[in-house]
Design a binder for this molecule. Structure first.
Ligand code: JCQ
Length: 257
């Protein structure tokens, strides 16, 4: 898998990609990660990549000339995505799709934005990692690289754990515990120490369902709500919805009946 990143801060991006599991996969040749300096092909004496905005107003805009030059010099793997708050929301499903591909590229915007001709005529799409504004696309690009890279076979130490976790089936992950079994009198749930592996699996599934219901009802709705068998699983561990279970509100009397 090849991923090319275009940035005016290669010195910020490189060390991140050299660290940890991504760095190891890179050294092993499993990941071909290439970082390109947008400044390297700027032609003016100051190697500037930005300019003021036509029409006026504060802030600088990433200029088209150095960006087109840098990308065209490389012929990077496509699709090339611009990181931008205005992009399509990057999520686990897209990470999984990209992890199946041969590669892709990322362009990090900076300043108040990029010249629209970059978005219109150079990139293949725009990706957002969330509804907030960063000073530049580097942190967003690193988030995309990391989310995709860890799904590439051979990148993570434990291949099985990537598919069992949060979002793999549209649910939040169940809680984890390690030693000690009692920490400051907070005990690990007894079921996890019972040795009953089938019951542990049911408890974990019930925890995932209850957490998702309570914290991310949007995720639960997207997978079609709770099935009858899942409601039964929640009931087995006393995790019925408290709002609907204990605060049943009687409908007001109907004055017409
Ligand atoms: C990415 N969520 C937020 C900042 C302008 C392309 O124009 C701009 C790009 C950025 C960097 O990206 C983000 C971002 N996902 O801020 C301003």
């Amino acid at each position: 898998m090849r991923i090319d990143v275009f940035t005016i801060f290669p010195a910020l991006v490189e060390p991140w990609l050299d660290a940890s599991l991504i760095g190891k996969a890179r050294a092993a040749g499993v990941l071909d990660l290439r970082v390109h300096d947008l400044r390297s092909l700027a032609t003016d004496p100051h190697r500037s990549v930005d300019d003021s905005s036509f029409g006026g107003g504060p802030g600088m805009v990433l200029a088209p000339q150095p960006v087109f030059k840098a990308v065209e010099a490389v012929c990077p793997p496509r699709p090339l995505y611009l990181l931008s708050p205005a992009g399509r929301r990057f999520d686990q499903a897209l990470a999984a799709d990209l992890a199946q591909s041969q590669g892709f590229s990322l362009l990090c915007g900076r300043y108040e934005g990029v010249d629209q001709r970059i978005a219109d005529h150079l990139v293949d799409g725009e990706l957002s990692v969330g509804d907030f504004v960063l000073a530049g696309g580097e942190v967003a690009a690193l988030a995309v690289v990391e989310a995709v890279a860890r799904l590439v076979p051979g990148v993570m130490g434990n291949v099985g754990s990537a598919e069992e976790e949060t979002f793999a089936d549209g649910l939040l992950e169940y809680p984890h515990y390690t030693r000690p079994a009692d920490f400051r009198s907070w005990a690990v749930p007894e079921v996890l120490r019972s040795g009953d592996h089938a019951k542990v699996a049911r408890w974990r599934r019930a925890q995932s369902l209850a957490r998702t219901r309570d914290r991310r009802p949007d995720l639960l709705a997207a997978r079609g709500g709770l099935q009858p068998s899942e409601l039964a699983l929640l009931a087995e561990f006393g995790l019925e919805d408290e709002v609907r279970g204990s605060q049943v509100v009687e409908p007001p009397p109907n004055p017409l009946s």
